[in-house]
Design a protein around this ligand. Structure first.
Ligand code: SF4
Length: 186
């Protein structure tokens, strides 16, 4: 079985879908490989593509603040995306691109073995939980699949465009914190 570094190295040479054509860097993911808590967004944006790191720029800064509010830092979690290369013009990743890239995320989950996965945004929730999820209705609920609890929440980029939704997101993050504490106390 690969470790995360080996998988990252394989991923960095990937040309399984056309997103490889315009990427500057793969955005594989980063954080604590021993964590119980993973966050999965949709795909890299321009800052992420430039730096090869997930959730940098304004959305990343907001995510850091939300984590801090529940006494967490990036060093305690793992963050990645559904697709590892930037879709041009920040469009949504296409179904075929998601399908080609998903094995990397599945491997990451297999290696890290998180107890909770927080999907950030609609696409991540539909891919990870089920395609009928309506993010604004179903966010902040727990969906258990196998040994993992999935909690869909809003994407920080959406929160930047819709600041009124931040209160909903805060409820989600309180739920994430509570669920994490309960799982750790077992
Ligand atoms: S998005 Fe995923 S499948 Fe497509 S080229 Fe990048 S790493 Fe490979």
């Amino acid at each position: 079985m690969y470790d995360l570094n080996q998988l990252n190295s394989i991923c960095s040479k990937c040309n399984r879908c056309r997103l490889y054509e315009n990427r500057t860097n793969i955005v594989f993911g980063e954080g604590n490989p021993q964590t119980d808590l993973m966050f999965v967004g949709e795909g890299p944006g321009s800052n992420e593509d430039r730096l090869g790191r997930p959730f940098v720029g304004k959305a990343g800064h907001l995510l850091d603040k939300m984590l801090k509010a529940i006494d967490l830092t990036r060093d305690e979690i793992y963050i990645t995306n559904i697709v590892k290369c930037r879709p041009p013009g920040n469009r949504n990743p296409q179904e075929s691109e998601i399908e080609k890239c998903l094995p990397y995320l599945r491997w990451q989950v297999k290696i890290i073995q998180p107890k909770i996965i927080v999907s950030l945004g609609s696409i991540s929730a539909k891919v990870l939980i089920n395609e009928d999820i309506k993010i604004t209705k179903d966010r902040g609920r727990i969906f258990t699949k196998g040994k993992i609890k999935f909690i869909p929440s809003l994407h920080p980029a959406y929160l930047l465009r819709n600041p009124n939704a931040k209160k909903d997101s805060w409820e989600d993050f309180k739920l994430i914190s509570k669920t994490l504490k309960e799982l750790r106390s077992r």
